[in-house]
Design a binder for this molecule. Sequence first.
Ligand code: ATP
Length: 308
Amino acid sequence: MAVPAIELTGLAKHYGSFHALDGIDLSVPEGSVFGFLGPNGAGKTTTLRILTGLAQATSGSAKVFGTDVASAGNEVRARIGFLPDVPGFYDWMTAEEFMRFTGSLFGITGTTLDERVKALLELAGLSDVKARIGGYSRGMKQRLGVAQALINAPSLLMLDEPTSALDPIGRKEVLDMIASLAGRTTVFFSTHILSDVERVCDTVAILDRGRVVAQAPIDDLKSRYGAQKIVLEVTSAADALAKRFSAESWTSAVERENHSVILTVNDIDAARLAIPAAVVAEGAGLVRMEGGEVSLEEVFVELVGGER
Ligand code: ATP
């Protein structure tokens, strides 16, 4: 088995009696674009700070390519690129100057530095921009931020909410940049924007109040929860059926739409038995009965949307 790019085992971070992270287990396969999803305060930044050596865990372990980050030397750190949630730039520099400066901090020089700076400015769509960073839009700054995090050609790129402050166009450009890294660099990025995750990630973990509540390839997650949704189309009596189903203990939500009833069910076996019988009892014809498409947003709300 290949060593995971990131492996968290029982990772906990306590601030006094408050458990910001409450024993997280997580495995990020090498080569994946992994979405670390969670509402505000879930513990995403705390996890990234521990992974990058900026904070210490209370207990548990955080490994990058098999090495514990708490005891990792420069060899491991050199394989990581990081863009924090509020990145700092030197406004008076141009993008090229900033990239060269960042490269020099890693000891990168000569033609290697020239080539990397050129390729990364192209990737960020900033090759022809000669203005100083102070005059950049947020989107341009964020693309530059991703580029500088790649200057050391990292095997693992970690990004903390890289799209949160951006408009739709800025978000798309940063996401396109991230997507273009798939298969070359493992990308681990935190966000609370579900559509971003659906757009570029292959695997996702959902964090809530310091705990991982789900971790799976996006398609698996959707089909696991999609099975709990049933779309029923009938020739007549949709209202009566909706009323009947609302009173059943195996339904958690019932919606009406034209000749259809859309049910969210908590006991799929009971639903499959009861629904056809109810259609017959109402004297209606059954046009179709199938598992409905579920969005990542519905899965997210289902998992973290309870009483807060
Ligand atoms: P957001 O999306 O809002 O950035 P997050 O998922 O990144 O949220 P964290 O910043 O990791 O969440 O914070 C997790 C919890 O830990 C929050 O409730 C936060 O208030 C708390 N926390 C973070 N840092 C500290 C600290 N230094 N002292 C006390 N509590 C803290």
